[in-house]
Design a binder for this molecule. Structure first.
Ligand SMILES: *Cc1c(COP(=O)(O)O)cnc(C)c1O
Length: 397
């Protein structure tokens, strides 16, 4: 299957526009739809409630929206998947996966570190699930008859470790593997090709790309998609048509944005790795990073997110965050502007302190989601913030 190239990015999911006689994506805000006959309405309703991807009549917007369906088609193509199902957020997509796989059992196997709220959702048992947190090599021993799915995130958040998707799939046997591929996007990684059953994205991040939409999407087989749609119809965690419009509008520039931000990130990594104010840099492909060889086998590039331990621990990391002027001190990632955040204090605060430490999230760790700015401007900002933090420390000493 074709990879997401610039042509696909520009045209995917827009196949019916010429026939409709429009150039830009149409936005259908209807909550309900007139039925041509009761018979048509009844049949369409039955089909959509059963999880079909479309029907003659949408009936009601909780069942179907044409703009959302166009974006789903585009993302399925980008991931090399049969289908994709969009949700109101990344967490809504994961929740739907937990519910859609429930008939297999309620045990989940997952690997840390992982997105903080994913960790929290699965550990808290809010959805009535049981969870085993394991190292990537111990998955085969952890899966049971009642394991609903295995969940991994690669590159992982926030330490950017890579996990071998094909190896995890082999260890999992007939248990479906879900890969949170938010950090990679389909530009850099296509987990379906490595055997994953479902690929999850917080589309809030790079897929949206402009920091103005919360959304989630799951790419998978038509069989899993039908189950996910059943859950979505029943629970209502829908993607709003306007959000789908924004996501689809961002798709033509996704590859350009990733390539640009990745180039900038690479240069910042080189400078930070040589900087005495920094203890360690985390970025796929670096020498002291786990899974270095995987980068070549599994990905088309290391991505646009990097992390680093600041010399001086928590106090200096906090100082850097408060000193940056060009970078935005904020959680989230994947926007056109550069965001900097402190995982232990923000995104991974909901994870137990010992669990955080166990999976390498240190108190001086900062995570940078690199945007599209000029590298010299970003470096000047980081440089002055690191120096100010260092000065503070020597004054204190
Ligand atoms: C943000 C994020 C999520 C959660 O997505 P929301 O859209 O915020 O619900 C899940 N996984 C990863 C890797 C994320 O970065």
């Amino acid at each position: 299957m074709d990879k997401l190239n610039h042509t696909m990015g520009v045209h995917a999911g827009r196949e019916d526009l010429r026939e409709l006689g429009v150039h830009a994506l149409p936005l259908d805000m209807s909550t309900t739809y007139p039925v041509a006959s009761l018979e048509q309405g009844t049949q369409s309703l039955d089909e959509l409630v059963a999880g079909k991807s479309e029907a003659d009549n949408p009936v009601y917007a909780r069942l179907f929206n044409p703009g959302v369906a166009r974006y789903e088609k585009a993302l399925a193509a980008a991931e090399g998947a049969q289908a994709a199902v969009a949700f109101s957020s990344g967490m809504a997509a994961l929740t739907a996966a937990v519910l859609a796989t429930r008939e297999r059992g309620n045990h989940i196997v997952a690997v840390r570190p992982i997105y903080g709220t994913t960790d929290h959702l699965l550990t808290s048992g809010l959805l009535g699930n049981d969870i085993s947190w394991v190292e990537p090599h111990a998955i085969a021993d952890a899966v049971r008859d009642d394991t609903a799915f295995v969940l991994i995130e690669t590159p992982g958040n926030p330490t950017l470790e890579l996990i071998d998707i094909a190896d995890v799939v082999a260890q999992s046997g007939d248990v479906p593997v879900i890969v949170d591929s938010t950090f990679a996007t389909p530009v850099l990684q296509r987990p379906i090709e490595h055997g994953a059953a479902m690929v999850m994205h917080s589309a809030t991040k790079f897929l949206g790309g402009h920091g103005d939409v919360i959304a989630g999407i799951m790419a998978c087989s038509e069989e899993w998609a039908a189950k996910l749609r059943q859950v979505r119809v029943a629970t209502g965690a829908l993607l709003h048509p306007w959000a789908a419009y924004l996501l689809h509008r961002s798709l033509p520039t996704l590859k350009l944005r990733i390539e640009r931000a990745q180039a900038v990130a690479g240069e910042l990594v080189r400078r930070l790795a040589d900087d005495p104010r920094v203890e360690r840099v985390y970025y796929p492909g670096l020498d002291d990073q786990d899974g270095k060889d995987l980068l070549e086998r599994q990905m088309d590039g290391p991505g646009c997110v990097l992390s680093f331990d600041v010399v001086g621990g928590y106090a200096n990391a906090a100082e850097v965050i408060s000193r940056v002027r060009l970078m935005t001190p904020a959680v989230s990632l994947g926007s056109v502007d550069t965001l900097i955040q402190h995982p232990a204090g923000l995104t991974h605060r909901v994870v137990d302190e010992n669990d955080r430490a166990d999976c390498g999230i240190r108190e001086g760790l900062l995570r940078l989601s690199v945007g599209l700015e000029e590298v010299e401007d970003l470096w000047a900002d980081l440089d002055q913030a690191l120096s100010a933090a260092g000065q503070n420390r020597s004054q204190a000493a």
